[in-house]
Each structure stands twice: as C-alpha cells, then as structure tokens.
Design a protein around this ligand. Structure first.
Ligand code: HEC
Length: 131
C-alpha cells in the first residue's frame, strides 16, 4: 500500500523520495534468478530434472557408478561395450537404451532407482545432450 502515500498532499519530501526509491528498486531490482547467479547457491547445485538432464549433470556419474566396474577397458564386459566418456555412450545409445530401459538386463548385479530410470529415459529422448 506504499503507492497510496504518494497521493497524500502533506507527505514530507524525504518520505516521498523514499517511496519513489522503493518503487524504483522494486521495478528494476534483481529477479530471483539474478540473485541466485550473484550469490553462490547455499542449497547446492540446481536440481536435475527431465527438462535439464545432461551428460555432465547426470548421465556421466550414472555410467561411472553403475556401469564402469564392468565396462571400462580391461574389465570383464568391455568387449561388449566399453565406457570411456561421452562418445562411447552416444555412439552406442541404442544398445544402452535397450539393455537398461527396455530389457532391463543392465546393470548386472545392480539396480537403478526409479528417478535414475526416469532421468536416463528423458536424457535419451532429448537426444543425449552433453551439457
Ligand atoms: C557386473 C558387471 C556389469 C555391470 C555393472 C554392467 N554390465 Fe553391461 N554387460 C555385462 C556383461 C557380462 C555383458 C555381456 C552380456 C551378454 O553377453 O549377454 C554386458 C553387456 C552390455 C551391453 C551390450 C549389449 C549388447 O547389445 O550387446 C551393454 C550396452 C551394456 N552391458 C550396458 C551396460 C550399462 C549401460 C550398464 C550400467 C547401467 C551396465 N552395462 C552395467 C556386465 C555388466
């Protein structure tokens, strides 16, 4: 209701200026997003969702933790598919999609959470963005 103060004829000049300044700050002040960029986020990195999921923010860690024990060079299943970075995933995404999301035969001896399955599926549907 500060705006109403402007209309009062007997308002002291400094208060009037303060009101104008307050309105100006409200109009030009930073948005929540800008504020988040300026200050280091106290609540950790931005949440990964089906809309922003990428190799960097999600898939890399998934393959590292759930697949690399068998699928990196020198490991038992590396002949079938060797995980060694983004291209090794992108170039075999059809087979990966098949064994993880369709037949669910991978990861052997482990499971993905419902959230991980949802994000992996979304990432593949978004055409596996790297960032
Ligand atoms: C405990 C070891 C192990 C883990 C962990 C594992 N795999 Fe495998 N993977 C294998 C083995 C063994 C084969 C060969 C299976 C076969 O020949 O039937 C294989 C085969 C594959 C293949 C080849 C399928 C094809 O079409 O030929 C892909 C792709 C694959 N795994 C992806 C993954 C992914 C992605 C993950 C992680 C989510 C994963 N694997 C986790 C052991 C593992």
């Amino acid at each position: 209701m500060k705006k109403l103060k402007i209309a009062r004829p007997l308002i002291p000049n400094n208060k009037f200026m303060l009101t104008i300044a307050t309105i100006a700050i409200a109009l030009t002040g930073c948005t929540k997003k800008q504020a988040a960029e300026l200050s280091p986020e106290p609540s950790g990195p931005e949440e990964v969702t089906v809309k922003n999921v990428s190799y960097t923010n999600f898939a890399k860690a998934l393959f590292e933790t759930k697949c690399s024990s068998c699928h990196t060079a020198g490991r038992p299943a590396s002949a079938r598919w060797e995980f060694n970075g983004y291209n090794s995933v992108k170039n075999h995404i059809t087979r990966i999609n098949n064994v993880v999301l369709v037949t669910k035969t991978m990861p052997i001896g482990g499971t993905l959470t419902a959230k991980e399955i949802e994000l992996l599926d979304a990432w593949i549907k978004r055409n596996t963005p790297e960032n």
